[in-house]
Design a protein around this ligand. Structure first.
Ligand code: UDP
Length: 250
């Protein structure tokens, strides 16, 4: 008799050390970042990362709604992370749930640590993150999109905020989990890094790792964030690169 259900669990790591999509353990999924993707927002960015598709739009600094959230000494960052009903294979019930509230909160807190909020007292900086297609790592893709959108809006920041998840799948530490690795793996450790200071401003963990694995996973994630940081800067450069003046033009 076979092991019932065992065939449903995919092999997450081949004997050659390759992952379910052929990546090496320390390899990111392909990532494409477009700064300034929306016409009507003050700043925006679209991120395609593996099979994730995430749009971020930023408004502000502007008047605070609801009024009681206003702070006299700094701007409030209000973040709404939303997963579209059609973003996952099993239709997600639309609207706010505990997961999206939690993700909105941790993203707002992470962004607050890079934005110069003291420069805009009594205002709100509103960040909307819409997940159009999800395949694990959407909070990280959301942070990447949001911080590029903040820069696109011209909001002063200490630094951009690259983010990535490291996990454990098939017994090995792996960078940038995809859906199957997230579902069937042993741990998920999303993080966001302020590259210039080396500070982590978001760190969550699901599952189990030994202290030694955790330390190695953090190193792996920081290295991944640094790669993503380069793509983020390139996206902004591409958006704001000044075209050389055409010959003969004044
Ligand atoms: N997911 C889903 N339905 C849900 C929530 C999540 O199918 O209601 C999937 C989706 O692909 C998501 C993944 O599970 O990206 C992992 O979700 P998690 O809560 O770990 O957040 P994420 O990794 O996206 O930041």
């Amino acid at each position: 008799m076979g092991n019932v259900g065992a065939k449903d669990v995919p092999v997450l790591l081949s004997p050659e050390g390759l992952r379910i999509d052929g990546r090496r353990v320390d390899e990111l999924r392909p990532i494409k970042i477009q700064a300034g993707a929306l016409k009507h927002a003050d700043g925006s960015a679209f991120v395609e990362w593996g099979a994730n598709k995430v749009m971020a739009a930023v408004y502000g600094p502007r008047e605070v709604h609801p009024r009681h959230l206003q702070q006299n000494t700094k701007a409030v960052i209000q973040c709404k992370y939303n997963m579209a009903a059609f973003s996952v294979d099993e239709r997600k019930r639309p609207g706010l749930d505990r997961r999206s509230q939690e993700i909105s909160k941790v993203i707002a807190e992470a962004l607050e640590s890079v934005v110069f909020v003291e420069e805009f007292p009594r205002t709100s900086i509103d960040v909307y993150i819409e997940v159009l297609q999800a395949n694990a790592g959407t909070r990280c893709a959301g942070i990447v999109a949001a911080s590029v959108a903040l820069a696109d809006a011209g909001i002063p920041m200490v630094d951009l905020l690259p983010a990535v998840a490291v996990g454990k799948a098939g017994g090995a530490l792996v960078l940038d989990l995809k859906k199957e690795e997230d579902n069937f793996g042993e741990a998920d450790l999303p993080m966001a890094l302020v590259p210039q200071s080396g500070r982590l401003v978001l760190l969550q963990m699901e599952g189990h790792m030994t202290p030694a694995e955790l330390s190695q996973a953090l190193d792996m994630g920081v290295a991944g964030c640094r790669q993503i940081y380069e793509r983020m800067k390139a996206a902004l450069r591409e958006r704001y690169a000044v075209e050389p003046a055409a010959e003969g033009s004044a």
